[in-house]
Design a protein around this ligand. Structure first.
Ligand code: ADP
Ligand code: MG
Length: 372
């Protein structure tokens, strides 16, 4: 984010922040592992105008509601969808940046609750809008961590840092290799050329509800904390392959196996991107899905069905993406095969009376920024 003059009172500026898809490296952002997301070309737009009365009003076209709260809001003040906005205002203030007030109008084409990080998109969009209004200069990684804090400690969703880092730091034509072992995490753009090579990344929003704030996600996190303590490690992703031999409990053993093998798969995926070896990237994606399904146990019937149908109909690889228990799956396919894959997935869903999924193609896009 570049330094900017504050937006003069009364003038409206427009900012946008994208959703994200994680190519590979799932459930690793809270165990110190590497993740490899892209920001996508679906985004949340924030029209913003300064206020000077210390109040923030946020209106969303999706909820068709406006909610108003003080710039000095604290956790517990605001609930429902607007807590993601209030959480960002709060976390910015906690970092020493209290807004003088703002009117915020939100619109979004990131589907909500589909595992594509509409939550990070609204947070990051608001964060860059407030920074722009006030003329704050904030490093994008720091800004992402501020947004994460808002989501964790205000909105009450215990996510890792990947979603906000992807939304804040995305680069068109690039995936982001994010290493979460260090504080702050490091973010390295990695060229991702599948579009140039005639392939497409298809997202299937299964419309099965996922919930980050819900118990399962928190339970997986707690299991990784237990494992980290049991093995006496700083971060679980640093566990050597033979660490599984030291764990007796079969459930914990399986969770650890996912963390170890998924960490290796991210490293291989970075090499596959560099070599433009799309069959190899596809295989790694599918192996990631199997590990998430069998070892981490975070898949859902709709996700498994999507992956199966995609693989049977031309995908080089497919996997659930995001936290799991519903949400979206992704598939890498030759661009000419997108329609056939879409039809095959739709038919598979119809056969067993699942509601029709939504399918679209995404490309690696830029992160949060001022639009006008
Ligand atoms: P995901 O991030 O995968 O879309 P989450 O459950 O983390 O799913 O976040 C979705 C929630 O974020 C929504 O239920 C809503 O409360 C809030 N949200 C995100 N974008 C918007 C928006 N444009 N307008 C209103 N609320 C939004
Ligand atoms: Mg989210």
């Amino acid at each position: 984010m570049t330094a900017a003059e504050p937006v003069p009172d009364g003038q409206v500026g427009v900012w946008a922040a994208p959703g994200r898809v994680n190519l590979i490296g799932e459930h690793l952002d809270y165990v110190g592992g590497p993740v490899l997301p892209i920001a996508i070309d679906l985004q949340t737009t924030v029209k913003a105008r300064r206020r000077t009365d210390g109040r923030v009003r946020v209106w969303s076209g999706i909820t068709d509601r406006s909610v108003e709260f003080g710039a000095d809001t604290a956790p517990g003040d605001v609930d429902g969808w607007a807590r993601y906005a209030a959480g960002t205002v709060w976390a910015l203030a906690e970092s020493g940046r209290t807004t003088g007030g703002a009117d915020l109008v939100i619109s979004s084409d990131v589907p909500l609750g589909a595992g594509l990080s509409s939550s990070a998109a609204i947070e990051c969009g608001i964060a860059v809008a407030l920074a722009g209004l006030e003329g704050w200069e904030v490093d994008p990684v720091e800004m992402a961590l501020i947004c994460q804090r808002g989501e964790n400690d205000y909105a009450g969703a215990p996510t890792g840092s990947m979603d906000q880092l992807a939304s804040m730091c995305g680069e068109q034509g690039h995936a982001l290799l994010i290493k979460t072992a260090s504080a702050p995490p490091t973010v390295k753009p990695v060229p991702a050329h599948w579009v140039d090579d005639g392939y497409a990344l298809v997202v299937v929003d299964t419309r099965a509800k996922h919930s980050h704030a819900g118990g399962e996600y928190g339970q997986r996190r707690a299991q990784t904390v237990e494992l980290t303590e049991l093995l006496g490690l700083e971060t679980l992703a640093a566990a050597p392959p033979d660490a599984v031999l030291k764990v007796d409990d079969p459930t914990l053993k399986a969770r650890l196996r996912h963390v170890i093998t998924e960490t290796q798969r991210v490293r291989s995926a970075v090499r596959a991107l560099a070599a433009r070896d799309w069959p190899q990237l596809g295989q790694l994606m599918t192996a990631s899905h199997v590990s998430l399904r069998d070892d981490y146990d975070v898949s859902a019937p709709e996700l498994d069905l999507t992956v199966e149908a995609a693989l049977e109909h031309g995908a080089l690889g497919a996997r659930m993406t995001g936290g799991g228990f519903g949400g979206s799956a992704i598939a890498l396919v030759e661009a000419g095969g997108v329609d056939a894959l879409r039809a095959a997935v739709a038919a598979a869903f119809a056969r067993i009376d699942f509601p029709a999924p939504r399918t679209f193609v995404v490309e690696p896009a830029d992160g949060a920024r001022r639009v006008s």
